[in-house]
Design a protein around this ligand. Structure first.
Ligand SMILES: NC(=O)c1ccc[n+]([C@@H]2O[C@H](COP(=O)([O-])OP(=O)(O)OC[C@H]3O[C@@H](n4cnc5c(N)ncnc54)[C@H](O)[C@@H]3O)[C@@H](O)[C@H]2O)c1
Length: 267
């Protein structure tokens, strides 16, 4: 029997990249999916976001595996959109077992040159957005007395990174949220963990490279941090880690950072 049959995964930033790969991996393991994504261009950071077409094709791919998939075009900063999506998911499936807080943006800039728009967008989407979604799902998980929240941080949530201070601040923030929510929610049987990928081969990486006038491989070579001889990892590597953390095999993991860094943080 598929490992997540009868369970429901709510995934933000699901239209492409790591969110999409994770949604598909959950679907293949029998979970019904709620796929939430802004699905429209954003002024900052200036590279392509997911689209409604991406959400539609994800839903079709999930349904082909035999599960149900709801899609929601909304911004994690918008409480009305988030609340409606959570309510519709609970109404359809009766429960939410997994929240993958994955929606996020990235952008380069020296601290003294960042605009307020860049700072606010980064912190509001990457950090506040994770809380905006979790606070609407946690009460349901408390009623169930079960649930797993996984926050997609980054290696930048465990180290400093030049020209990425606003990004690193948002990702360190997620590390703090993870550990604090783990304390609050353990009595309700809810586990909370974070993942910390090195560079991942997604539209984010392609978009950032284009903004810098480089190829994705040149960007990877510029950071040159991985110990293992790979420029980046694949979205499916992240999906494997998320499914592990969401599974009963990780039943005693909470408040933990799971590092997917190809060795980068060992330097
Ligand atoms: N790509 C990397 O190298 C890398 C490395 C470590 C961590 N991460 C983190 O992983 C997560 C996923 O990144 P990715 O590489 O798949 O990026 P991506 O840009 O390919 O996908 C991100 C998705 O999030 C959506 N999104 C962005 N802002 C949103 C908002 N305000 N509300 C709802 N949805 C929104 C986008 O539309 C897009 O579909 C991000 O949090 C990112 O910071 C990325």
């Amino acid at each position: 029997m598929p490992e997540f049959k009868g369970r429901v995964a709510f995934i933000t930033g699901a239209a492409h990249g790591q969110g999409r790969a994770t949604a598909l991996a959950f679907a293949r393991e029998g979970a019904d999916i709620a796929a939430f994504d802004v699905a429209r261009p954003l002024g900052y950071p200036g590279y392509a976001m997911g689209s409604s077409d991406d959400l539609q094709s994800l839903a079709e791919a999930c349904r082909q595996t035999g599960v149900d998939c709801l899609t929601f075009a909304g911004d994690v900063r918008d409480d009305t959109a988030v609340s409606q999506a959570v309510e519709a998911t609970a109404a359809r499936f009766g429960r939410i077992d997994v929240l993958f807080n994955n929606a996020g943006i990235c952008g380069y800039g020296l601290a003294h040159e960042l605009t307020e728009e860049a700072w606010d967008s980064m912190l509001d989407i990457n950090l506040k957005g994770a809380w905006m979604v979790a606070r609407r799902i946690i009460p349901l998980m408390m009623q169930q007395r079960s649930g797993v929240i996984i926050n997609n941080s980054s290696v930048a949530g465990l180290r400093g990174m030049g020209r990425l201070s606003h990004y690193a601040a948002s990702k360190w923030g997620l590390t703090g949220l993870t550990k604090s929510w783990a304390i609050e929610l353990a009595p309700f049987g809810i586990r909370v963990n974070s993942i910390h990928p090195t560079g991942v081969n997604t539209p984010m990486n392609d978009g950032l490279a284009a903004l810098e006038g480089l190829t994705p491989r040149q960007i990877a070579e510029r950071s040159a941090g991985n110990l293992l001889p790979v420029p980046w990892i694949e979205p499916e590597d992240v999906a494997h880690a998320v499914l592990y953390l969401a599974s009963d095999r990780a039943r005693y993991m909470t408040g933990a950072p799971l590092v997917l860094d190809a060795g980068l943080l060992s330097r």
